[in-house]
Every structure is written in structure tokens, then in C-alpha cells.
Design a protein around this ligand. Structure first.
Ligand code: FAD
Length: 217
């Protein structure tokens, strides 16, 4: 992977593939002779650091899942996780609809109701880590590593972080958490966690199991 600044990409293309080879060879001289196997710009995949969240996931009897409705920065991860969770939720809903003999397409909205707020939350988290990783000069790498170590070592911060990125629940970080993450306050001031807080309930995950939602069928 090679980080190319937005402003430098056009210039690089103008100068030809040699400028691309040079970047790799400067980084790792052993790549000389190997990187030149790339003969055209078409063989280079650009990872554009952008994200989007669609306004709706459903139109009539069509449902969109995965990157089609939300993309996250590829470096920050989460895209695959979100796509699998979308597929799971939609699959569970469709099975229920067939089981209940209710194929009214309006019920597909329940899939959007479950997934959209979760994907948007994960997208903002992922964006935050993408931002954190885009500063690689000065004190930033050390600050980042310090924060990550604290998140790993302080049980309440660790639980919250893992819960949020796993998609098993939501427990938003507070300003107090941020102060603790950077080391301005000790982790001991946070209450102990029992590993069950703020997880989604069955009702959150499968709202269609509520009888009331099937009145129209
Ligand atoms: C370089 C890179 C690194 C990444 N790293 C990570 C990571 O570390 N962790 C992570 O969680 N996510 C990562 N992602 C994101 C992750 O790959 C995607 O979020 C995930 O694959 C989305 O799944 P999807 O099924 O929605 O889309 P895709 O995996 O893109 O699947 C869509 C499929 O549809 C096919 N298709 C497109 N158009 C048509 C058509 N007209 N007819 C038929 N088929 C069509 C495509 O060929 C493709 O197979 C990364 C992405 C990139 C690009």
C-alpha cells in the first residue's frame, strides 16, 4: 500500500509510472525489478478514503446491503463486518416473513430500521480511526499508540470499544472516556464492567418478532 496525497496523484500520473516505481523503491529498494511488472495505471487499485451512507436501504421489494448502502474507509476496516451483519439481519427477516406467510414488501423496512442506525454509528467510528491513522508525522504515531494501549489495558474502555466495533451493542464514548484514553485521568475512576452492558436485546435485533408488526398481513 502506498499513501498518495490527493494533490500529488495527478502530478504522478503526468510523470508516468516511473514516479510510482520510485516511491516503492525508495521505501524498499528490494522491490526494484519487481514493482516494474506493473505496466499500466489500470493495474493499480486506488483506495479512495471516503465514506457514504445511503438515505434508505429499501425501495419497493428491493433491499440493498453492504457497500451499496454504506462504505467506510478501507484502511479502518468494518466494511466486511457491516456487510455480513446486513445480510444476516435481512436473511432473518426474510425467513420470518416466509414462516409467517407475510410477504408484504413494506415489512422490509424493519431491516432498514435495525441496520441503518447501527451502520451509521459504525461508520462514524470507522471514520474516526481513519482520521487517527492519517497523521503519521510528529508526535501523532506515539500518541495513537499510547491511546490504543490504554484502551486495551483499561477494562471499561476495552469492553466499550470491543462492544462498539463488534456491532453487538452500542455504548457511546464520553468526554470522560477521551480524557482517560489520552491519560489525563486514571482509568480507575470508571465503574467496573460485567461484560453484559449495552448489548442489543432480542427485541433490538429482531423487532419483527413482535406480533404488532404483522397486523397488515
Ligand atoms: C483494499 C480494500 C481493503 C479492505 N479491507 C477491509 C478490512 O480489512 N476489513 C473489512 O471489514 N473490510 C475491508 N474492506 C471493505 C470490504 O471489502 C467491503 O466492505 C465488503 O467487501 C463489502 O461487501 P459487499 O458484499 O457489500 O460488496 P463486494 O464485496 O464489493 O461485492 C460486490 C460483488 O458484486 C459484484 N458486482 C458488481 N457489479 C455487478 C453487476 N453488475 N452484476 C453482477 N455482479 C456485480 C462484484 O464483482 C462483487 O463481487 C476493504 C476494501 C478494500 C477495497
Amino acid at each position: 500500500m502506498l499513501l498518495i496525497k490527493k494533490t500529488e496523484y495527478k502530478e504522478m500520473k503526468r510523470s508516468g509510472l516511473d514516479s510510482f516505481y520510485r516511491c516503492y523503491i525508495d521505501l524498499k529498494p528490494e522491490l526494484d525489478g519487481y514493482v516494474q511488472h506493473i505496466k499500466t495505471w489500470k493495474d493499480i487499485q486506488l483506495m479512495i478514503p471516503s465514506r457514504h451512507n445511503a438515505d434508505r436501504y429499501i425501495e419497493g421489494n428491493c433491499a440493498l446491503i453492504g457497500d451499496a448502502v454504506h462504505t467506510v474507509h478501507p484502511m479502518a476496516g468494518e466494511g466486511m463486518n457491516l456487510a455480513i451483519q446486513d445480510a444476516f439481519t435481512l436473511g432473518e427477516l426474510l425467513s420470518y416473513m416466509y414462516g409467517a406467510r407475510c410477504l408484504d414488501a413494506a415489512q422490509l423496512k424493519l431491516y432498514e430500521q435495525v441496520r441503518k442506525p447501527r451502520a451509521e454509528f459504525l461508520s462514524s467510528l470507522s471514520h474516526l480511526s481513519a482520521l487517527a491513522y492519517s497523521y503519521w508525522q510528529g508526535p501523532w504515531p506515539r500518541v495513537r499508540s499510547h491511546v490504543l494501549k490504554r484502551i486495551e489495558r483499561i477494562p471499561a474502555l476495552h469492553y466499550k470499544h470491543m462492544l462498539n466495533i463488534s456491532g453487538l451493542g452500542v455504548w457511546k464514548e464520553t468526554l470522560l472516556d477521551r480524557f482517560i484514553q489520552i491519560g489525563l485521568l486514571p482509568g480507575s475512576i470508571l465503574p467496573k464492567v460485567n461484560g453484559k452492558e449495552h448489548q442489543y436485546t432480542e427485541q433490538d435485533d429482531y423487532p419483527w418478532k413482535k406480533r404488532g408488526n404483522w397486523n397488515d398481513c
